[in-house]
Every structure is written in C-alpha cells, then in structure tokens.
Design a protein around this ligand. Structure first.
Ligand code: AMP
Ligand code: ZN
Length: 492
C-alpha cells in the first residue's frame, strides 16, 4: 500500500468548527474511536451511512500509511429509552417483549450488524469492546469523578454535577451551548427528580426490582449511564487523549458533550483532538430512525423487497450512493438516487476494466501526476469523496480517449494511472469490483450448481425435479443440452 503519509490532511473538527491540519498524538499512529450501535434492532440504512462514513476515514488513513487503531464499541447495556435518564433499557425492553434473555437480543443484533456492514465492504475495527465487558472500568471512572467533586450520590444512584463541573470547564463547548441557556430552557419542576439540576446526567443508576441487567457497585446494585461506556472504552484502549472520535451528528449532544465532561472531570485532560460528526440519512426528508419506523433496511434494498424501490441494488451501488455525497451533508434516500448511482458506478467499473487492457505509448498526452494529486487533494480536504468521485469520472473520459487513440500514456504514467484508479476505487472508497464479466462468472456458477442438482435428481430417478429444473431454466432463457460428456448450457 502507498506510503503517502506526507499528504497534508485537513479534518473538520466539530469542537473548533473549522478544518484543521491533522497531526496525530503519536507520529505515524492514529487512535480512532467511533460510537457503535445499540444492539436491540436490525441496523437501518441510516446507521450504515454513519459507519460507511467512518470506514472511508479509516481506509484513507490506512492508505496514507498510518498505523490506525480503530475502536468501535457495541452498546449492550445502559442505553435508556430517552436522553433524560428515564424509561426502560432498550435491550431489556426488547428482551421482555420477545421473552428472551437480554444477551440473546444482543447476540442476534450484533450478528446482524456485522453481516450487514460486511456486505457494504466495511473493514472491521481493531477492537470492538462491549459496555457489559467494561463495568469495572466504568465504576473506577465514577469513583474518580466523585473524588474530584463533580458527581454526587442520591439513593444509590450517582449523577454528574454539571453546574459544579462548569465552574472550571465549559459544559456545552462541543455543541455550542451555554449552561445559562440550557437552564433557561428547562421546565422541569423542582422535586420531580433525584438530580440536583435537570442538566445533570446519570453515571450510575440503582436498578429497580424489574430491571434485569444489573451489577454490584459501591453505591447500589445497578447499571452504568450510557455516556460512561464510551469514556471508559475509548480511554482504556487509546489513552486519556487520543486523535479522532466519531459518531452521527445526533450524538453530539448530549452523548459526546457528556463524554468530554466525564473525561475532563476524571483525568483533567481533553479526551479528543478531532471530533468528527457524520450527517444524517433521510427518507422523505425526515431522519431515518428506528423509533419512528421511517427507515429502510439494507436487506430490503439488496432483495428489492421494499415498496419504495423499483428493483434490487447491490451493496456496492448503495455504498457508492452514500459516498457520492460528503459525510457532513444530509443525504436523502430515494429509488431515483439509487438508479443514478448504479449508472455511475457501472460506468466507472467498465472504464476501470477497459483501462486494464490499454497499452502504453512512447509519450504521454495527459498529466497523470496532476490528476492523482487532485484525487489526494479531494480526500485531504476533509475526506471529500464526491470531489474524488468527480476526479474518477474525469479519468473515465481519459480512459475512453486512450481506448480510441485520442490520448496517449507512456509506460510509467500508464502504470501510475492503473494503480491509482485501483487504489482510489477499491482501497479508499471500498467499492467492490463488479463487472459484467464478473457477474457472468457468478451466473455460470449458479447454472452449474443447478445442473449438478438436476444430475443428482436424475440419478435418484426423481424425474419430476430434474424436468422442473430444465423447464424453469428454459423459461428464463437458459437451455440445457445433455451430451455424453455431461450437460452443457446456453444463455439466450
Ligand atoms: P444507535 O444504534 O441508535 O446508537 O445508532 C448508531 C449510529 O447510527 C450512531 O452513530 C447514530 O448517530 C447513527 N445514526 C442513527 N440514525 C442515523 C441516520 N438517519 N443517518 C445517519 N446516521 C444515523
Ligand atoms: Zn458513544
């Protein structure tokens, strides 16, 4: 893989609200943490967009030559139904509704999450820790925050004291809020809650008798607050201050704001140098979400079973659709957008395969180095994949000119062009190599499989099945011809 670490990468930092030159804590190394899913439901396409966005970041950093430690957690406890520390644990609720163990729910949806992201060709993280596997670490952080005067215990629960913390820090600096405004906008009546102030958030909650996910702690048998797991797992594996923390835009407040507060109150250190937030995928102009039902599942797209779709689409086409927009822009999902993405994707793939067949000339009429640098410039500008894709379409034009003899490349330039196209399409954008040829191969294998099943049926004298296979293949235009060397086939 190319060692391009000297490229000047700029990242939009949500904390400063500007693009900053990327400088990791440790030279050549990057520590990156991304909030993972709460595994109580199938991941929808919106979730996938965020994970594809950070897969692009991970892939590009690796492509540049950084040694990246990518940590992405699984939330398997502590995420309550609403952000005000109220309601049931989402996983426990699903377990109750389906009469299953909470860990059966966790297992089922973690598998779905992994399978779905693999279809999108996302690379797995280096560490995938779980909240329930880090209860001790979370308890230790709470102890430190209490020692430092920024948390208090009430009836076995522990809350973060936001006003106390704000005396020496700025709670709200990530989401651009001031504590005075937050207080002015809260209408909670005194005495309704255990919290001293409505802005305070739970670090530990004492378990009600019906709350089944519970652990012992110095304060009560209970469970950790949702924000705490990410502080515990990110700092455990990446250090008190690490390079990149990512998540969807909707996690900026309160989740990430609380993470900063917890870290600063326990270690005195700013936890993250670059905060990155991916924007939302919408459907009919509204955020895709599990809770509202306004969502599409990836499998419905791969099989074409959702009524908003006119046909099925391959995962790489859906990935390409996502990457055609910048990760910080809102993206609206529609059948037309997928059809357009499919057309563009196939044009790119066909051109890439055409390029492989092109021979070199004595000299070059196209500046490959300048084009390659344009591709890097796009990615260096806060991972601007749509601009990179525009550069790849420029390359498509050149490939056609080369093919028709209107452009020339010498052997060195041609090699660079081929390698760069390969690197940007497959290593950086993470697309899969799908060509008509490659699809043909899959079709051949599928027909051969059916021929094998038909032969087996005939040997078993199950002529009903063997005829059914032959006739139904014939109906779709595939003719089988039996000969003494076996069965051949032709496709109309
Ligand atoms: P959750 O499982 O709800 O915690 O969400 C997992 C990740 O998906 C988080 O980073 C969310 O910000 C992200 N996410 C949720 N809904 C959307 C959406 N409609 N578009 C993009 N990302 C989303
Ligand atoms: Zn998180």
């Amino acid at each position: 893989m190319a060692k391009e670490i000297n490229q000047l990468l700029k990242i939009y930092n949500s904390l400063s609200g500007s693009k900053e030159i990327f400088k990791p804590v440790l030279e050549d190394h990057v520590g990156m943490y991304v909030c993972g899913p709460t595994v109580y439901n199938n991941v929808h396409l919106g979730n996938c967009r965020t994970f594809v966005s950070f897969d692009l970041v991970y892939r590009y950093l690796k492509h540049l030559g950084y040694k990246v430690r990518y940590v992405r957690n699984i939330t398997d406890a502590g995420h309550l139904e609403n952000d005000a520390d109220e309601g049931e644990d989402r996983i426990a609720k699903k377990a109750r509704l389906e009469s299953l163990e909470p860990m059966e729910i966790v297992q089922r949806y973690t598998i779905d999450f992994h399978e779905t992201l693999a279809k999108f060709n996302n690379l797995p993280p280096n560490i995938e820790p779980t909240a329930t596997g880090h209860i001790i670490e979370q308890i230790e952080i709470i102890k430190k925050i209490i020692q430092n005067g920024c948390a208090y215990e009430v009836n076995g629960s522990v809350y973060f004291d936001v006003l106390k913390f704000n005396e020496n820090h700025h709670y709200g600096k990530l989401s651009g809020r001031q504590i005075e405004e937050m207080i002015a906008n809260t209408r909670e009546l005194a005495g309704q809650s255990e919290k001293k102030n409505p802005q305070d958030f739970a670090l530990w909650k004492k378990a009600e008798p019906k709350h089944i996910m519970r652990w012992p702690s110095p304060w009560s048998v209970g469970f950790p607050g949702w924000h705490l797991e990410c502080t515990a797992m990110s700092t455990k594996y990446l250090g008190y201050t690490f390079d990149i923390h990512g998540g969807g835009m909707d996690l900026k407040f309160p989740h990430h704001e609380c993470e900063i507060a917890q870290s600063e109150a326990s270690t005195g250190k700013e936890p993250v140098n670059y905060w990155m937030h991916a924007n939302m995928l919408t459907l009919n102009g509204k955020k895709m979400a599990k809770s509202t039902g306004n969502n599409v599942l990836p499998n419905e797209i791969f099989t074409g079973s959702n009524e908003v779709l006119s046909k099925s689409f391959q995962p790489s086409v859906v990935r390409f659709f996502m990457l055609m927009s910048h990760y910080r822009s809102i993206l609206d999902f529609s059948n037309d957008a997928l059809l357009a993405a499919e057309k563009g994707f196939m044009r790119l793939m066909n051109a890439y395969h055409l390029l492989k067949k092109i021979d070199s000339s004595k000299d070059s009429s196209f500046d490959v180095q300048a084009w390659k640098q344009n591709c890097y410039d796009a990615m260096n500008d806060d991972f601007n994949s749509p601009i990179l894709i525009a550069q790849l379409f420029e390359a498509v034009k050149v490939i056609h000119q080369l093919n028709e003899g209107f452009a020339r490349l010498d052997s060195v330039d041609l090699e660079t062009f081929k390698n760069s196209m390969h690197a940007f399409l497959f290593d950086v954008l993470g697309l899969e190599d799908i060509t008509p040829n490659n699809q043909g191969e899959k079709l051949t294998k599928t027909v051969e499989l059916l021929i094998g099943l038909r032969t087996e049926a005939r040997l078993n004298k199950d002529f009903q099945t063997s005829d059914k296979i032959r006739n139904q293949l014939s109906d779709i235009g595939i003719q089988l011809k039996d000969g003494k060397d076996g069965t051949a086939f032709s496709i109309e």
